[in-house]
Design a protein around this ligand. Structure first.
Ligand code: FES
Ligand code: FES
Length: 160
């Protein structure tokens, strides 16, 4: 099918590129823009590894047609650190051992960002609920939830 020019922002940078209508957002990010922090795992909406934020809301980029991101603002894991400093959520994941193979981590961290933007002080159950769509084969989840709670506390002290 014919490509169409689509304009959107990724991590604060504007792109205008030709996209075939069937291409998913994760394909465009990884294969056309070489922004490979977003992971493609199940490709079927079941694992959350491909989670990005579109206009601040979590979205499964394996199920999102790239065309639908037209004129929108996309945040991937590459856009989270600022000025060479890791985001407090990234730091908390490292400090709490919430990363093992790391394949789920970009999606987990972006789902966490969406949660904390909306609810800066979640309890353990709210964290579990917010991350229920993000699967991790390695950590057993306890450390991930601990990391999210620690990040919330740190950010509540005036971090970003
Ligand atoms: S790769 Fe998108 S939900 Fe699994
Ligand atoms: S750290 Fe390996 S899947 Fe989560």
């Amino acid at each position: 099918m014919a490509e169409q020019m689509v304009k959107f922002m990724v991590n604060g940078r504007s792109y205008e590129i030709p996209i075939e209508p069937h291409m998913t957002l994760v394909e465009v990010l990884r294969d056309k823009l070489d922004i490979t922090g977003t992971k493609l795992s199940c490709g079927a909406g079941e694992c959350g590894a491909c989670t990005v934020l579109i206009d601040g809301k979590p979205a499964l980029s394996c199920l999102t047609l790239a065309m639908t991101a037209r004129e929108k603002s996309i945040l991937t894991i590459e856009g989270l650190a600022e000025g060479g400093n890791l985001h407090p959520i990234q730091k908390a994941f490292i400090e709490h051992g919430a990363i093992q193979c790391g394949f789920c981590t970009p999606g987990m961290i972006l789902a966490t960002k969406a949660l904390l933007d909306e609810n800066p002080n979640p309890n353990r159950e709210e964290v579990k609920k917010a991350l229920a769509g993000n699967l991790c084969r390695c950590t057993g989840y306890v450390k991930i939830v601990d990391a999210v709670l620690a990040a919330a506390e740190e950010m509540g002290k005036g971090g970003s």
